[in-house]
Ligand binder design. Structure first.
Ligand SMILES: [Zn+2]
Length: 236
């Protein structure tokens, strides 16, 4: 009786030890960047709430999710202080991945023309000038795959050939664009991805993206995508 009891607990102990070892083997060091600052808050949502606050909600949830997976997380622009674009990507040079979180707007002329509700969805960007372009693209696709799996759709309007957009759409299915001169992506010394979560200029999309459960779901999908890309090959 005592022997079987001890065997039982020994199995549980070994299981926990193995789980911990697997978790540590997959642990990453992720630089999580909150797009913009309180002083320069980026786009303005349809109801007046600024982009920085949306970005902060997602990066708070994303950082928590990654830490819960055993990852180490370094954050930029979560403290509200001004920070340059170059400082963002240089802040954690040893990180395995740099991920910048933003929320999207549309061209002012489209807003003025009352077209805000025509545009919705996420978009993902990588820079070919990043020294780890292939890995960046791999991570961008894995994140896009997870966004699709939770029912989010790529916006694709950044590829419309008008001045101010006209971004090269390199993966239509997963919503990945090439934007070589995005400074945080091209200067990052590690693989780097920028995600526009959705279009806050669209009042319907803004209301949906404001919901805490949506913030959690999207953040969880991004964290899962980050881990999926690190499983396929070493990030760096
Ligand atoms: Zn932004």
């Amino acid at each position: 009786m005592l022997n079987s009891w001890m065997l039982h607990w020994r199995k549980i102990f070994l299981f926990l030890l193995t789980s911990l070892a697997i978790q540590q083997a997959n642990a990453e060091y992720i630089a999580v960047d909150t797009g913009h600052t309180p002083l320069h808050p980026g786009a303005t949502g349809a109801n007046g709430r600024v982009e920085y606050l949306y970005n902060l909600s997602v990066t708070d949830a994303l950082a928590q999710d990654l830490v819960a997976r055993g990852d180490r997380v370094s954050r930029t622009s979560a403290d509200g202080k001004e920070i340059s674009l170059q400082e963002r990507s240089a802040n954690a040079p040893d990180a395995d991945l740099f991920i910048s979180i933003h929320h999207d707007s549309i061209l002012q002329e489209w807003i003025d023309a009352g077209r805000s509700k025509e545009f919705s969805g996420y978009s993902i960007f990588v820079s070919k000038k990043n020294t780890h372009y292939e890995q960046s693209l791999n991570c961008a696709q894995k994140i896009g795959e997870q966004m699709l799996m939770i029912g989010e759709n790529p916006s694709l309007y950044h590829a419309i050939p008008v001045q101010g957009e006209n971004r090269l759409l390199i993966d239509q299915y997963f919503g990945v664009h090439q934007y070589d001169d995005l400074i945080v992506l091209k200067t990052a010394p590690m693989p780097a991805v920028l995600v526009e979560i959705g279009v806050i200029a669209n009042p319907d999309e803004e209301a949906r993206l404001s919901k805490p459960e949506v913030v959690q779901r999207v953040s969880h999908a991004i964290a899962t995508g980050i881990h999926a890309c690190s499983m396929t090959k070493n990030l760096k």
